[in-house]
Design a protein around this ligand. Structure first.
Ligand SMILES: Cc1cc2nc3c(=O)[nH]c(=O)nc-3n(C[C@H](O)[C@H](O)[C@H](O)COP(=O)(O)O)c2cc1C
Length: 268
């Protein structure tokens, strides 16, 4: 349901122009209205509400007063530095990040874009380093078993150089990170492959802007694939599958400079 306050409406049609699914139509009095026959196509993206200069529009129970003002956005130079200085962190302090930073990161996940505005992503966040111990120990147990039986070398031949380190107890999967975030999507989500990666890419940048170290954990995605005990612990909703995993925590390393890109092909 989209309602327009005729007293406030400027009749500027910005909401109509910005509606991706074209469900808002101009009424005879110039006041936009939601065509009841088309309502089923509304994505509830709230662009109409966000674009309205007069705050005249309520969208599915959301009023302009419930939404944040534009705020001060970072400049492009700051954003560029963030992109350039973002590094994969594989050295962490053995401590949790602050609860304030954790809350900020968690809340930010609500604004990730999803295909067709589906927003059925599920996030499991390991907020306490003691809980990470379960994943570390169970993964280590599984890897050592797979190595001893020779299965590991067969299924992951490229992993060979890590085998001795794993047997010696090195955490090559979770890098001793105190936290992890797992993003999962329903099997029938319209963009089930892309949504988790995009969500964690946003999470990544916000975390790094807060001085928190992050690292994609492709190995973790594989660990969850092979070990039902690990996957069960995540308590994913039925029908959900893991898309992407990211480690994070207070970094125990600082970088003195950015890297120089390699293999960068941009058509000139
Ligand atoms: C899809 C993907 C999966 C990754 N998986 C892992 C991983 O399992 N473990 C790890 O230490 N780094 C992982 N990385 C990090 C890359 O190795 C890293 O981005 C690369 O070495 C360049 O370093 P930088 O991120 O600091 O620029 C992954 C990165 C991506 C994009």
């Amino acid at each position: 349901m989209i309602t327009v306050d005729s007293e406030k409406c400027l009749r500027c049609s910005k909401c109509i122009k910005d509606c991706i699914v074209e469900v808002l139509k101009p009424g005879p009095n110039g006041i936009p209205f939601l065509d009841p026959e088309l309502e089923k196509y509304c994505l509830n993206c709230q662009h109409c509400l966000a674009v309205c200069p007069a705050g005249a529009l309520n969208c599915h129970g959301v009023t302009p007063e419930m939404c944040a003002p534009p705020g001060k956005l970072p400049g492009s130079a700051e954003m560029f530095d963030l992109l350039r200085m973002r590094r994969s962190c594989r050295q962490y302090k053995d401590e949790n990040i602050s609860s304030t930073a954790m809350e900020t990161l968690k809340n930010s996940l609500a604004w990730t874009p999803t295909g067709c505005n589906d927003h059925r992503l599920f996030f499991r966040i390991i907020e306490d380093k003691e809980e990470m111990a379960f994943y570390r120990q169970e993964t280590s147990r599984m890897l050592k078993f797979l190595i001893k039986t020779g299965i590991m070398a067969l299924i992951y031949p490229k992993f060979k150089r890590y085998l001795a380190e794993i047997m010696a107890g090195k955490d090559v999967v979770y890098r001793n990170a105190p936290h992890m975030i797992v993003a999962a999507t329903p099997k029938n989500a319209p963009c089930k492959e892309a949504d988790p990666w995009i969500a964690l890419s946003y999470f990544d940048l916000l975390a790094q802007s807060l001085g928190i170290g992050t690292c994609w954990c492709g190995f973790g995605v594989h660990a969850f694939k092979w070990n039902l005990k690990l996957k069960k612990r995540l308590e994913l909703p039925p029908g959900y599958r893991i898309g992407a995993v990211m480690l994070f925590g207070p970094p125990d390393v600082a970088y003195a400079r950015a890297t120089k890109p390699v293999n960068f092909n941009l058509e000139k």
